[in-house]
Design a protein around this ligand. Structure first.
Ligand SMILES: [Zn+2]
Length: 67
């Protein structure tokens, strides 16, 4: 009972969820934008450097990072 949680989860150290990611195609940093369209249940990512686009199905619990 006296044991304190001195080490908080590392999850708390993460910044807020970001919607920009490094592009796996051109390796440009933060060039990929992610849009999650919950009305159509799809998620789209697009790199504005190499114009690579990708879309997939999404669900409400999905985070941009999962795309
Ligand atoms: Zn790219």
């Amino acid at each position: 009972m006296g044991k304190r949680k001195s080490r908080m989860s590392k999850l708390l150290a993460q910044p807020k969820l970001d919607t920009t990611f490094p592009c796996p195609f051109c390796n440009h940093r933060d060039s990929v934008d992610c849009f999650i369209d919950l009305t159509h249940n799809c998620a789209r990512v697009a790199c504005f450097i190499c114009r690579e686009k990708y879309s997939t199905k999404a669900h409400p619990l999905m985070a941009p990072v999962d795309v």
